[in-house]
Design a protein around this ligand. Structure first.
Ligand SMILES: [Zn+2]
Length: 247
């Protein structure tokens, strides 16, 4: 280890990093979240607390911990070539793919003023969504329909943008009921419509692969905002316009 004279050490640019060298990056991120009194549940996005370069370190940390899980499951990752890189693959899948919506900032969406003064019910869907349940980290795969009732002040976003927003919300360990509420809050915030309706229908693989092993059950839930709450006719119109939800 290099020793600095006390005065020189204080000026050295490496002094601060030497301090927290060895501190897992997850601990540093967690400290920032706690200092800001921010929640970091499985389905919360924590991107603003991650500094540039730290996601790579987090990936390394998760890889190490996954190696520990495989080791505790008594899997010989040294001689079993099928699993010798599994810890890294699983870490990448979690951090960079299926739970990416926790770690990256929201997709940039350009909103346009509603120049055409659209004020008719618009329905987007089905949008295929992929997530995992917070309880078992088993896949949740399904479809979402979004009904928007614009007014002249509503921002207009491109159709494909709804799918990108849904992908960001679903790319976290989720609870279906909370996922649709998060998606509704986000779309309300971005577009400010008079009303918003979301229906999500999904298969939960924790019910198919394990547990009751029921292959066919699906969970359907919905969230209604604004005029969809007040106007039963509009609600009926939206639900009638969703194509037959057949698997
Ligand atoms: Zn589950």
């Amino acid at each position: 280890m290099l020793m600095h004279p006390p005065g020189a050490a204080a000026l050295s640019p490496t002094t601060t990093t030497a301090d927290d060298e060895g501190t897992p990056v997850s601990v540093k991120i967690r400290e920032r979240l706690n200092a800001a009194k921010k929640r970091f549940n499985a389905n919360d996005n924590i991107a603003e607390f991650i500094e540039p370069g730290e996601l790579e370190q987090l990936l390394d940390e998760v890889t190490q911990k996954m190696e520990g899980v495989l080791s505790s499951m008594v899997i010989d990752t040294e001689r079993d070539h099928n699993t010798d890189n599994t810890a890294r693959r699983v870490a990448k899948m979690y951090v960079n793919e299926v739970f990416r919506g926790r770690y990256v900032r929201p997709p940039s969406i350009t909103e346009f003023p509603n120049a055409e003064h659209l004020n008719e019910l618009m329905i987007v869907g089905p949008i295929t969504v992929r997530s995992a349940c917070s309880h078992h980290f088993c896949p949740v795969i399904g479809r979402v329909w979004i009904g928007v009732m614009p007014n002249e002040h509503t921002n207009v976003i491109g159709l494909s943008k709804y799918a990108r927003l849904a992908e960001w919300i679903m790319g976290r360990p989720q609870i279906q009921e909370e996922a649709v509420v998060q998606l509704a809050d986000l779309i309300m915030d971005k577009t400010q419509p008079d009303g918003l309706a979301i229906v999500m229908e999904a298969s939960h693989y924790c019910m198919a692969w394990r547990g009751v092993k029921d292959m066919d059950s699906k969970m359907i839930n919905s969230v209604m905002r604004g005029v969809f709450l007040k106007d039963p006719n509009l609600r009926r119109e939206f639900l009638a316009l969703i194509p037959q939800r057949k698997s």
